[in-house]
Design a protein around this ligand. Structure first.
Ligand code: FE
Ligand code: FE
Ligand code: ZN
Length: 205
């Protein structure tokens, strides 16, 4: 059983968990990049693989200098999140919908890491190790950036492509307040409406 009798012990415990999480991701991300259909999503995952390798090295360096730091732990949270991501990767169906699901899984992963680095950085600071806190906040910032990249990719590219043809019809008066929409929003919707009409016609026949 774990022994957590001091904040120092909890800090090391959190770092070991993060180390395991990053190591599992280094192993899992190549498969995710390979499975992504969207070139943008593929590139984002590849990019984060490089960042993840650096994060693993960073947390390793912090653990090196700590008592109990070399003892290995397994992050079961990340193991579960990766398992879910793999279920999405292996699913049958529409590759664009699968991409949307892959982003949902990846964002869960980023949020898990954001929580881990946020806590670890706070503990480092509390324990007076400013240098470690600064290092951990570098990784924290990278995870937040990865989450933002995924968010933009989902909202602007992957989710709209996946929803093509199945979104609800637009309200009649909605056309009046379209000022902030991307330039192709209207054309895309017309295309969807045309596709829907096509489907309706097919049903009539
Ligand atoms: Fe990471
Ligand atoms: Fe964990
Ligand atoms: Zn990450």
């Amino acid at each position: 059983m774990k022994k957590l009798d001091s904040m120092q012990a909890l800090y090391v415990d959190q770092l070991r968990d993060l180390r395991s999480a990053e190591a599992q991701l280094v192993d899992a991300l190549p498969k995710a990049a390979k499975g992504a259909a969207s070139p943008d999503l593929k590139a984002a995952i590849q990019e984060h693989l490089g960042v993840t390798r650096e994060q693993l090295a960073r947390v390793d360096a912090l653990l090196e200098g700590l008592a109990e730091g070399r003892r290995r732990a397994t992050c079961k949270g990340m193991a579960g999140l990766i398992k879910e991501a793999n279920e999405t990767l292996e699913a049958d169906g529409d590759p664009q919908v699968r991409d949307a699901g892959l982003i949902a899984a990846a964002q869960r992963i980023e949020h898990y890491e954001i929580a881990g680095y946020g806590c670890a950085a706070a503990y480092a600071e509390l324990l007076g190790d400013q240098a470690a806190a600064t290092e951990l906040r570098v990784s924290l910032k990278e995870e937040r950036e990865a989450d933002t990249v995924l968010n933009v990719l989902a909202q602007k590219v992957v989710n709209p492509a996946a929803a093509e043809g199945e979104a609800e019809p637009a309200e009649e008066d909605e056309a009046e307040d379209e000022g902030g929409k991307p330039p192709n929003a209207r054309g895309r919707r017309s295309a969807r409406q045309a596709k829907r009409r096509g489907r309706a016609d097919a049903r009539v026949e």
